[in-house]
Design a protein around this ligand. Structure first.
Ligand code: ITT
Length: 188
């Protein structure tokens, strides 16, 4: 079956594509198709907005991910606003901003959340959610992954999310867990 990967984030594309290849699904990108503004108030709403728009525009099933990091000491910030945290425009700047915001906090607990929505052109929706808990590091570690990965030490791991390989990250990550549910639901 053919599926559109409804994301403009190259890191997500890599992780989604790798997992879906295991199901034997053929993935295609957005090919310049713009995604709608994320006006929802939850990961679920925003993932559905993106997946539905891509399914309608292409006439194919489309998979979108809405995700974020929730920091306990910051009352769950940045959450669904993780991609524009502090109005910073790159992963590196957002990571520096997060470190700055954490300077006076001893509680460094955080979690990543990923919600996947698979939307069909007829309007049907499937939804999957994954979470991984961990601690924010005092500085970046590792070069793999994307986003906040260099600052996140998953519970039970000796390496940051950015020090894990793509395969290792997929085994424990929020997105990996949501993908495992999707794959199980489709007989993988
Ligand atoms: P699309 O909407 O096009 O999918 P986006 O990057 O804007 O791309 P989101 O609105 O879901 O996606 O923002 C999620 C942000 O949360 C993302 O930009 C990262 O900064 C962060 N994030 C999500 N998953 C992550 C992961 O696996 N590792 C590190 N950071 C992650």
């Amino acid at each position: 079956r053919r599926v559109v990967i409804g994301t403009s984030n190259a890191g997500k594309v890599r992780e989604l594509q790798e997992a879906l290849a295991g199901l034997g699904w053929e993935c295609q990108g957005l090919a310049g198709l713009p995604l709608p503004e994320e006006t929802g108030s939850s990961y679920e709403e925003n993932a559905a907005l993106k997946a539905c728009a891509a399914a309608l525009a292409t006439g194919l099933p489309a998979l979108a991910d809405d995700s974020g990091i929730e920091v306990q000491a910051l009352g769950g910030e940045p959450g669904i606003y993780s991609a524009r945290f502090g109005d910073r425009s790159s992963d590196r700047e957002r990571n520096l901003y997060l470190l700055e915001r954490m300077r006076q906090h001893h509680n460094r607990a955080a979690k990543f959340v990923s919600v996947l929505v698979l939307a069909y052109p007829d309007g049907a929706l499937e939804e999957y959610r994954g979470e991984v808990h961990g601690q924010l590091l005092e500085g970046p570690r590792g070069e793999n992954g994307f986003g906040y990965d260099p600052l996140f030490l998953p519970d039970g791991q000796a390496r940051s999310m950015a020090e894990l390989s793509t395969v290792e990250k997929a085994q424990i990550s929020h997105r990996g867990q949501a993908l495992a549910q999707l794959i199980a639901a489709h007989g993988g």
